[in-house]
Ligand binder design. Structure first.
Ligand code: C2E
Ligand code: CA
Ligand code: CA
Ligand code: CA
Length: 279
């Protein structure tokens, strides 16, 4: 058994070393990316199915890598979370998104709410709510224009501290949404206790609704659940007309997905149109 163990050790160590080296390299590149302004935000509109108007946008970070091109967050957000970079990165995202939202308002463009993803580590900083307040003050953005997206697991660990932070944010007028709703281990009993505005229904619940009656009834249940909790709903990952029509039949009007708009730069999003103009 001992020899076997040693063999396994030897077998795993080379690939693991290579992975660790790649990881370290990515990590140091990522610190530089933040310092050198290689990160950019793209924005994906959310629309109201009844009016067809843009009622909000979600900010999604990308890395404009000098040699590899545009890199998506799935590749670097987990790394940033592990090495602590998520705090300065998250701060940059929030500040940049609020600046952009304020800039659209100054141009008379009504994009609705600016939704920003907040990682667990960032949200759990004791001074998080204060840093949001400072960013709103610095950018002059109305708190009601900002929506923070947090996941179920972010608030299910350390429930009391989470509620305190959420209450402080909502007291300022900031909106709170649960991201990827239905994929975490939500305790429904707990969910009632959280000061929340909106649930973002995870796109996995939309996947087979046109072909699988069970999928359709599951999505229906989730919409009814959200409504019974008094929460607003947004469905994400809407990729086709059938999904949009089903959601409309459930009176889940707020949607986001490739069927309507891809995430795009601030300039491109303005080019899409579909938003209102401020009086
Ligand atoms: P998420 O918050 O669930 O964001 C939605 C993701 O779904 C985005 O991927 C978006 O491009 C993609 N998406 C939108 N519509 C559709 C659709 O119709 N079909 C499909 N298949 N996908 C769609 P993206 O931009 O690659 O982001 C991935 C994840 O990275 C996000 O998932 C979020 O968890 C994280 N992330 C992105 N930006 C930030 C950020 O600024 N801070 C933090 N902490 N996390 C971020
Ligand atoms: Ca999100
Ligand atoms: Ca999501
Ligand atoms: Ca996610």
């Amino acid at each position: 058994a001992k020899a076997n163990g040693r063999a396994n050790y030897k077998f795993f160590t080379e690939p693991m070393k290579a992975a660790a080296t790649r990881r370290l390299h990515l990590e140091s590149e990522l610190w530089r990316a933040l310092a050198d302004n290689q990160l950019v935000l793209h924005y994906q509109p959310q629309i109201d199915l009844l009016s067809g108007k843009v009622v909000g946008v979600e900010a999604l970070v990308r890395w404009r890598h000098p040699t590899r091109g545009l890199i998506g967050p799935a590749e670097f957000i987990p790394v940033a979370e592990e090495c602590g970079l998520i705090l300065p990165l998250g701060h940059w995202v929030l500040l940049t998104a609020c600046r952009q939202a304020r800039s659209w308002i100054d141009q008379g463009i009504d994009m609705g709410e600016m939704a920003v993803n907040i990682s667990a580590h960032q949200f759990r900083q004791p001074e998080f709510a204060q840093s949001v307040r400072a960013i709103l003050a610095e950018t002059g953005l109305d708190a009601g224009r900002l929506e923070l997206e947090i996941t179920e697991s972010t608030i299910m660990h350390g429930v009391d501290a989470a509620i305190t932070t959420m209450a402080e944010l909502r007291g300022m007028g900031v909106r709170l949404a649960i991201d990827d709703f239905g994929t975490g281990y939500s305790s429904l009993a707990y969910l009632r206790r959280f000061p929340l505005d909106r649930l973002k229904i995870d796109r996995s619940f939309l996947a087979d609704i046109d072909s699988d009656p069970d999928a359709a009834s599951l999505l229906t249940s989730i919409v009814l659940l959200g409504r019974s909790l008094g929460l607003q709903l947004v469905a994400e990952g809407v990729e086709n007309l059938a999904q949009a029509e089903f959601l409309r039949s459930l009176e889940c009007e707020r949607v986001q997905g490739f069927h309507f708009y891809q995430p795009a730069s601030a300039e491109e999003v303005v080019g899409f149109g579909g938003f209102g103009l401020l009086a």
